[in-house]
Design a protein around this ligand. Structure first.
Ligand code: KIV
Length: 271
């Protein structure tokens, strides 16, 4: 029996207990009602309404264009689909970087308008004041360090972060600062596995890795990548569990054939 099998809803407290018990945490992105329902029913602990919606739902090259209104729409749809898991909603680029009051206002909008359970924002020292202010109002915050896609124009590339000593040292400091500021968990994206292990062991809050090795307290993948809907993105860290793009292509081709050949609808499929 695992640590939360008797509990109805996953909370930040459940995640803390899971870390303490050494039970790994599962997290996946979702952006709509139907997939959120499927993932919740499958037993996922956390659904992230990621700003990756900007890429996989809206077709933008980066996460920068998505707006707070659009994130709220996705989060509302996800929350309608779930009964048990914890919903984390990304604060999009431009909705929190201005100052801590702006960050708080955006977090409050997400909580009031979506029914989500927490927010996530990217960055270390620079967002600590905002994290404190949001957590101070009772809103749980997840941090995000390493490859932070909202800063892609600063990095210039999506390659592994913090390979160099100076960046690794800053990441370790930032992780501790975010924990002190009150974050309930941290995403560590695309950093060396050894660094992620060190950070995970130095914190009492859980770390959730994506391309950060097996020693994080949990793992997250973007649903379109792990289900094989998006086939152009094949980084080394990705495990693809389905090949949905091929199956969908075959199904729709068959549907077209059946319509053209007048096989569909049959007598049994009409009134
Ligand atoms: O937006 C997102 O999907 C994310 C994950 C990659 C962690 O932030």
């Amino acid at each position: 029996m695992n640590i939360h099998s008797e509990l109805k809803k996953i909370t930040t407290h459940t995640l803390q207990k899971m870390k303490e018990a050494g039970e790994k945490i599962s997290m996946i992105t979702a952006y709509d009602f139907s997939f959120a329902k499927l993932f919740d029913q499958a037993g996922i602990e956390i659904i992230l309404v990621g700003d990756s919606a900007s890429n996989v739902m809206a077709g933008h090259e980066t996460t920068l264009p998505i707006t707070l209104e659009q994130m709220i729409y996705h989060a509302q749809s996800v929350v309608r689909g779930i009964e048990r898991c914890l919903v984390v909603v990304d604060l999009p680029f431009g909705s929190y970087q201005g100052n801590s009051k702006e960050a708080l206002n955006s977090a409050i909008r997400v909580m009031k308008e979506t029914g989500g359970h927490s927010v996530k924002l990217e960055g270390g020292e620079e967002v600590v004041e905002s994290v404190k202010r949001i957590v101070g109002t009772g809103i749980p915050v997840m941090g995000h360090l390493g490859l932070t896609p909202q800063s892609i124009y600063k990095f210039g590339t999506y390659t592994v972060r913090a390979r160099e000593e100076a960046e690794a040292a800053k990441l370790k400091r930032d992780a501790l600062l975010l924990q002190e500021a009150g974050c309930f968990a941290l995403v560590l994206e695309k950093i060396p596995a050894l660094l992620a292990k060190e950070v995970t062991e130095s914190l009492h809050i859980p770390t959730i890795g994506i391309g950060a090795g097996g020693n994080c307290d949990g793992q997250v993948l973007v649903m379109h990548d792990m289900l094989g809907i998006n086939t152009e993105f094949k980084p080394r860290f990705l495990r693809q569990y389905l090949n949905l793009s091929v199956q969908i292509n075959m199904a729709v081709k068959q549907y077209i054939t059946d319509i053209k050949s007048k096989d569909f609808p049959s007598e049994k499929e009409q009134y």
